[in-house]
Ligand binder design. Structure first.
Ligand code: HPA
Length: 236
């Protein structure tokens, strides 16, 4: 039992597992805990950023919300890694497709993360740092997705710090460079994990397409999310 607490996570003695799933929405963390985990115990309620630890097929696993954007996931992932010893961090979220072959509800494994944010400035890298996912988690997730027959794209994703961009052409050059989809958290997660020598992966479900303008409803997203969650849970 640990009594460690941070400004944003107060587990009150509930253990946090070495492997954690990280949806953006804390209520989705609650849903995952209640639907898929056995003996789930809540380990965080600070700022409503719910976190739970339980077991899946006998293996200990945690799930916690991260909020939106690099700043928010940057805080939570840093504290999970440095104060609670988390070793495998798997973001599960939605994204906007940037390529015509990427369809609504497809699953994307973020092999690498690119960004328009300043998150990497803190490392004072004398050039452009590339941010790969953990090959260990990526390889495992890809195998599970294939076994389950889930259509999966693997490639470079864009972590944008802006959702409502004033520049309507902001995606154009990212699209030309083959970026599969845009989301808002992968860079901070991968950077924190790489800097600390632990494993991170982003698994995404396509909720909208910036190519066709198609969107899904919140209800449709819930169902589509299940495929992705089942892949992520097997990584425990
Ligand atoms: N932009 C950024 N993040 C997203 C999007 C988007 O269009 N869709 C889902 N997450």
């Amino acid at each position: 039992m640990t009594n460690i607490q941070t400004p944003h996570i107060k587990p009150n003695g509930v253990e946090i597992a070495e492997t954690i799933l990280l949806p953006g929405d804390p209520l989705r963390a609650k849903f995952i805990a209640e639907t898929f985990l056995e003996d789930a115990k809540c380990f965080n309620e600070v700022r409503g950023m719910l976190g739970y630890t339980g077991t899946y097929k006998g293996k200990k696993i945690s799930v916690m919300g991260t909020g939106m954007g690099p700043a928010s996931i940057g805080i939570y992932s840093y504290e999970l890694i440095h104060f609670f010893g988390v070793k495998n961090l798997i973001r599960i979220g939605t994204c906007g497709a940037l390529q015509p072959e990427v369809k609504l509800y497809d699953v994307i494994l973020g092999m690498a993360s690119s960004t328009n944010s300043n998150y990497l400035h803190q490392y004072n890298i004398p050039g452009q740092l590339s941010l790969p996912a953990s090959f260990y988690l990526l390889n495992k997730a890809y195998k599970v997705a294939n076994e389950k027959g889930v259509d999966t794209h693997v490639g470079n994703i864009l972590c944008s710090e802006i959702f409502y961009n004033a520049d309507k052409n902001a995606m154009e050059n990212w699209i030309k460079m083959g970026i599969l989809a845009v989301e808002m958290e992968s860079t901070a997660l991968y950077a924190n994990a790489i800097a600390a020598g632990v494993n991170a992966l982003t698994i995404l479900t396509v909720s909208d397409s910036l190519v066709t303008g198609e969107e899904t409803t919140p209800e449709e997203r819930q169902t589509a999310f299940t495929k992705m969650m089942e892949i992520a849970l097997e990584l425990a």
